[in-house]
Design a protein around this ligand. Structure first.
Ligand SMILES: CC(C)(COP(=O)(O)OP(=O)(O)OC[C@H]1O[C@@H](n2cnc3c(N)ncnc32)[C@H](O)[C@@H]1OP(=O)(O)O)[C@@H](O)C(=O)NCCC(=O)NCCS
Length: 179
């Protein structure tokens, strides 16, 4: 997918799997921010359930808008919006947010970091997440990433399984304690 070229979930268009909710995946634009913010906040609140050190800030709503606005305009970032079709047409039902980050000491020199991947519950467990991951990885590669990584709470076992199925393995770990 090129940055301006929309893509549609293949299983959705083939008609081979009627149980797959169709989605239309495209780069997010500023007009998507009101639809993306509630999804980003749902994900951060889910993360909070995994660990008290991921407590969501009171100003997270405003922060979400600021971060999304900056990253949608950032050539080093990838923000893809998954739109529903049919009754959910024009509704953002999922998203991926990722960044290309330099690795000053390691090769490959640039990594594509998947910071958030989220789908509304109705759209889960039908391969749509894998499709989002695949398209985000391609977009990160196109921006120079030689490796793709994912950040998520250590306790999120669904995320671990989701990434493991696509060949991801843990390479570093962040350990934390309160001060
Ligand atoms: C993570 C997420 C995007 C996955 O999307 P999805 O469309 O449900 O995933 P897929 O259907 O492509 O599943 C791919 C694989 O992931 C794993 N997986 C996904 N959901 C799972 C679940 N509920 N339980 C166990 N494994 C699961 C399975 O290995 C699955 O393969 P399978 O269906 O052949 O068993 C989605 O579950 C989600 O939005 N979760 C909430 C947000 C979140 O936790 N994000 C990740 C951290 S940022």
């Amino acid at each position: 997918m090129t940055p301006d070229e929309p893509a549609t979930h293949p299983a959705a268009t083939s008609g081979s799997d009627v149980s797959t909710p169709p989605i239309h995946l495209r780069p997010a634009v500023e007009a998507d921010i009101p639809g993306l913010v509630p999804l980003l906040l749902r994900l951060k609140r889910l993360n909070e359930e995994f660990d008290p050190l991921l407590k969501v800030r009171d100003d997270a709503d405003a922060q979400s808008r600021n971060v999304l606005r900056a990253q949608i305009a950032d050539p080093k970032a990838v923000v893809l919006a998954a739109e529903g079709v049919g009754a959910d047409k024009n509704k953002v039902v999922g998203f991926v947010r990722a960044l290309v980050r330099e690795r000053p000491f390691y090769s490959p020199e640039f990594e594509g970091v998947i910071l958030d991947i989220y789908l509304l519950p109705l759209y889960r467990r039908r391969g749509v997440g894998e499709y989002l991951l695949h398209e985000a990885s391609l977009a990160l590669k196109a921006k120079g990433a030689g490796v793709v990584t994912a950040e998520f709470p250590a306790q999120n076992e669904i995320a671990s399984r989701f990434y493991a199925k696509r060949g991801f393995r843990p390479i570093t770990a962040i350990h934390a304690r309160s001060l």
